[in-house]
Design a protein around this ligand. Structure first.
Ligand code: NAP
Length: 329
């Protein structure tokens, strides 16, 4: 028991929300002080500042704003381990200037996020949420020939905006519905998609014009903010659906509300929002949108794997090693 204690490093780790215990236990095995946000809610900025100040490492959520002030006030900080694959909540430039490692949890959430994108696609196309509300309201009085008609999937065209890990997994799942696949990518061709699905790499405009389902999978960056705005929505088919499991601000949400209101597109399935957790005015009144509360990676298995990876990244840095999932240094 004592020997075990001696081996623990005298570092302070702060975890901004309770995560699966496998990750917490791993941190406790190696670090002397592991403190967890005591509340069942996100911390306010000032609370975060208070807890981060004396920490050597922080395990953060995508909802934590880790800006320059916070990074600069945390004088002992060596690593920010984000519990997500995206890291648009962190001021990477300041962290890098201060020599602080920033890490993420890529790969382990790919399948669950692609599954969620499909869940949204099915829900909106086959009007599952509307049907559920209808049934619960006691309106279902028997089979009807024209009740809540949706759209078919087989043989339709799926457009993948950003064919990285999640985008590729999303596209691969379309095999079951014999769909044509189009994709965009900035740098290289996606040979997996081209060889296994005969997918075509096209420009964003072509993808928007030709797809029956458009699914967004790019990270949020200066370049991708509002990548889908009024102009892009106007290129989509009137019968097309837009799915977003990436980051809310990739879409100009006000323009999307207008497009949905005016039936300029058939519908949307959203897991993420521009000003999360707020919704743009008019959004929740619409029937042709399914709204999920950022559940992309929300399975027990995935969240457990994310907890372990984030903990391992912290432990590596505190041991003086390079973390496996470093995104900045
Ligand atoms: P990834 O493997 O890095 O894929 C991102 C893809 O986007 C890359 O193929 C990249 O390819 C492309 N891309 C980047 N900038 C682009 C641009 N300006 N125009 C066109 N394509 C661009 O990341 P991932 O693991 O698939 O995750 C994607 C995003 O999904 C994450 O950043 C995260 O924000 C989001 N996500 C959300 C959830 C959730 O809970 N809803 C869960 C997981 C991930 P090129 O560089 O070749 O263009």
């Amino acid at each position: 028991m004592n020997r075990k204690r001696e081996r623990r490093m005298s570092f302070r780790v702060f975890v901004t929300r309770l995560i699966p215990e496998k990750g917490i236990n791993l941190l406790k095995k190696f670090c002397q002080t592991v403190e967890i946000n005591p509340y069942d809610r996100s911390l306010t900025y000032d609370e975060l500042l208070h807890y981060v100040k004396d920490s050597d490492a922080i395990l953060t959520m995508l909802s934590d704003v880790i800006d320059a002030r916070l990074i600069n006030e945390a004088v002992k900080l060596k690593v920010i381990a984000n519990y997500a694959v995206g890291y648009d909540n962190i001021d990477i430039k300041t962290a890098t200037e201060r020599g602080i490692f920033v890490t993420n949890t890529p790969g382990v959430l790919t399948d669950s996020t692609a599954d969620m994108a499909w869940a949204l696609l099915f829900s909106i196309t086959r009007r599952v949420v509307e049907g559920d509300k209808y049934t619960r309201a006691g309106k279902f009085v028997g089979w009807e020939p024209m009740l809540l008609l949706g759209g078919d999937l087989v043989g339709k065209t799926l457009g993948i905006v950003g064919a990285g890990r999640v985008g590729t997994a999303m596209a691969m799942r379309s095999m079951g519905w014999l769909m044509k696949v189009l994709y965009t990518s900035r740098s290289s061709r996606n040979t997996v998609l081209e060889e296994s699905l005969c997918a075509r790499r096209v420009s964003l405009d072509t993808l928007l014009r030709e797809s029956d389902f458009v699914s967004i999978h790019v990270p949020l960056t200066g370049e991708t903010r509002h990548m889908i705005g009024a102009k892009e929505l106007s290129l989509m088919k009137k019968t097309a659906y837009l799915i977003n499991t990436a980051r809310g601000a990739v879409i100009d949400e006000e323009a999307l509300v207008n497009a949905l209101k005016n039936k300029q597109i058939a519908g949307a399935g959203l897991d993420v929002y521009e000003e999360e957790p707020k919704l743009k005015p008019g959004m929740k009144e619409l029937d042709n949108v399914v709204l999920a509360p950022h559940l992309g990676s929300a399975t027990i298995e995935t969240r457990t794997r994310m907890a372990v990876i984030a903990a391992e990244n912290i432990i590596s840095v505190l041991k003086g090693e390079r973390p496996k999932n470093c995104v900045n240094i």
